[in-house]
Design a binder for this molecule. Structure first.
Ligand code: COA
Length: 337
């Protein structure tokens, strides 16, 4: 499991992604609820998303295991090389066991540690910071970090649920890191923040006791995402550029020193606003929300896998990962690859 203790570099060695078979386009949504392709595209940039089917083995652990298999293949590693499996998710199939343990069982039970973290839409970026420190510190050599979510299970595809049902999609993405003798590889700067008082802007109540003070929830709300869309939008559109600037300042870099910004895909308008604020050209801040929707913890590794496999992100690049979402949470992770 371990190598020589002490600080060392952390190299990204493989990525993978998996999506369910079924797509749900805006045209499909028009048949289920009072909405339109034009409204959805204009407000969010989303055109289609993937929707999982548990009967088809497309829960978090099914998708996560498929993505992890592909990442191991890309890294040229075998299951027994893994020292730790971390799964960032808010939609594990069951509260117990952790999805990471189910994933471990599915890939051949390497016997290593496995646990979940829940940081909602920010979970994968928080996971990057945590996993990196475990490798950098010398305790673990090879760590797989999975981001997987199936928010479709927390939606009603009706007019009453339309403000959230149109946004979310299901997917999994994976990154594998390894200890490396080159100490300059790994995180250059990072940040993690929470404003817990903002929790009521996006939450999933289980029962009436979970409602914010003074709010009476109908039973139909239990188990379904409740979101103050305008509130989350305002939070994200303001926080996002501040987070980029904070991370650049910590690293002593300019916006154009970063080769690629890999951001949580919450809304295309929020991403475009950040791109304009830092005067970045289109190729430097990746957007794929049109094809996947907001896939919560999966959105950042999904982007990264596309970028790595298409050769747009490669060794030598500086890449800034950014997330924000329920909690409220926001965080960054700036890497030298
Ligand atoms: N189709 C058509 N109309 C819809 C609709 C839909 N899917 N969803 C909501 N509407 C309607 C509302 O009912 C409202 O109608 P009204 O004015 O008659 O009451 C109108 O559109 C405007 O609603 P509003 O919620 O103010 O729209 P918006 O411009 O804020 O866009 C979001 C809604 C959800 C797209 C937008 O707020 C958003 O993207 N927020 C951020 C969400 C996010 O990123 N969440 C994830 C966090 S990680």
């Amino acid at each position: 499991m371990t190598g020589a203790p002490g600080p060392r570099g952390v190299r990204l060695v493989g990525t993978g992604r998996a999506v369910p078979k079924r797509t749900l386009t805006n045209a499909d949504l028009e048949k289920l609820m009072d909405t339109s392709d034009e409204w959805i595209v204009q407000r969010t940039g989303i055109r289609t998303r993937y929707i999982s089917d548990r009967a088809n083995d497309e829960g978090v652990s099914g998708l996560g295991a498929r993505a992890l298999g592909l990442a191991l293949e890309a890294a040229g590693l075998s299951v027994s090389d893994l020292d730790l499996i971390i799964c960032s998710t808010m939609t594990a199939e069951m509260p117990c066991p952790p999805a990471a343990c189910l994933i471990a069982a599915r890939i051949g039970n390497p016997g290593c540690g496995a646990f979940d973290i829940n940081g909602a839409c920010c979970g994968f970026v928080f996971g990057l910071n945590v996993a990196h420190e475990m490798v950098r510190g010398g305790t673990y050599r090879t760590v797989a970090l999975i981001g997987a979510d199936t928010l479709s299970a927390l939606q009603t595809y009706t007019t009453a649920g339309r403000s959230t049902a149109i946004i979310f999609g299901d997917a999994a993405g994976v990154v594998i890191f390894r200890a490396d003798p080159n100490p300059s590889l790994g995180i250059i700067a990072q940040s993690m923040h929470t404003d817990g008082t903002g929790w009521k802007d996006i939450y999933v109540p289980r029962c009436r006791h979970d409602a914010p003070p003074g709010v009476e929830l109908p039973e139909s709300a239990f188990g379904h995402v409740q979101m103050n869309g305008a509130g989350v939008f305002k939070f994200a559109v303001g926080t996002f550029p501040r987070l980029i600037q904070e991370t650049l300042d910590k690293a002593g870099l300019r916006a154009t020193d970063v080769d690629m910004y890999v951001c949580h895909q919450s809304n295309a308008r929020i991403l475009h606003a950040a791109r304009e604020r830092f005067n970045l050209d289109e190729s430097r801040l990746y957007v794929n929300i049109d094809r996947y929707g907001n896939t919560v913890a999966a959105s950042v590794p999904l982007c990264l896998d596309e970028l790595v496999r298409s050769g747009r992100v490669k060794p030598g690049h500086k890449v800034m990962f950014l997330g924000f979402g329920g909690g409220l949470t926001w965080g960054s992770s700036l890497w030298q690859l």
